[in-house]
Design a protein. Structure first.
Length: 227
């Protein structure tokens, strides 16, 4: 079992997921000239990045990434799409992503499970939790057939499931405090130090919540591979 990972920039890698998944990951770095594959391995993870999901001129590999995500959904390949990845999945499958009207959502922020999460293979048992956020673009209309799984006060569409085995999360379950600090460095955010401390203080809660989710995704990949 192997997972194809699309990484959009050097500062936005697998983070915690590299240890939690327990499966080999083939990381594709298109910003270094590596080609997006036509189809994923046994699973697919698409990570976050600074570009908007519609800024193909800024990240010219995004159309191929959207095609890869659409194929994964259509073929039932277990998929986890994170932040920009979630927005690319949304666009690829007919939803809408726009510049958010509620400002930048950043730091350790609360997300709340919706009723459908209670029996979800990844998010069952999460309830109300803290997640790392760093985005302003928003998924304003989900694809047809999407099942909303988590919400939040600033932006409502925080997680959904699509098809047999695709999940989109607006937040960053992979982000360690060190990764988050690398994002705030040079960002110009007035509260950068406060935000960094906030995420560091939340570290144990982040691990306790999102490690089981990552492990559950890995089990979906293993189970799909045996089917």
């Amino acid at each position: 079992m192997r997972i194809t990972v699309v990484q959009h920039e050097d500062e936005a890698g697998l983070g915690y997921l590299g240890d939690w998944l327990g499966l080999p990951c083939d990381v594709v770095r298109p910003y270094l000239g590596e080609e997006i594959p036509a189809r994923p391995a046994d699973g697919l993870i698409v990570l976050g990045g600074a570009a908007a999901a519609w800024e193909d001129e800024r990240s010219p590999w995004q159309p191929a990434t959207r095609d890869l995500l659409l194929r994964a959904v259509e073929e039932g390949t277990p998929t986890l799409a994170i932040c920009l990845g979630a927005q690319l999945l949304t666009m690829a499958c007919g939803g809408t992503v726009e510049r958010g009207t509620n400002g930048l959502e950043v730091g350790a922020r609360e997300v709340v499970a919706l009723p459908a999460a209670a029996d979800d293979r990844l998010l069952a048992g999460v309830g109300t939790a803290v997640a790392v956020q760093y985005h302003q673009d928003a998924m304003t209309r989900l694809p047809d057939g999407a099942v909303p799984l988590m919400t939040g006060a600033q932006y409502p569409n925080q997680a959904y499931r699509l098809g047999k085995a695709a999940w989109a999360v607006q937040f960053h379950p992979e982000a360690t405090p060190e990764i988050f600090t690398s994002w705030t460095d040079g960002s110009g955010l007035d509260a950068a130090e406060e935000l960094n401390t906030e995420v560091k203080v939340a570290e144990s809660a982040l691990v306790a919540t999102w490690r089981p989710v990552a492990e559950a995704f890995a089990e979906v990949v293993r189970t799909a591979g045996r089917a």
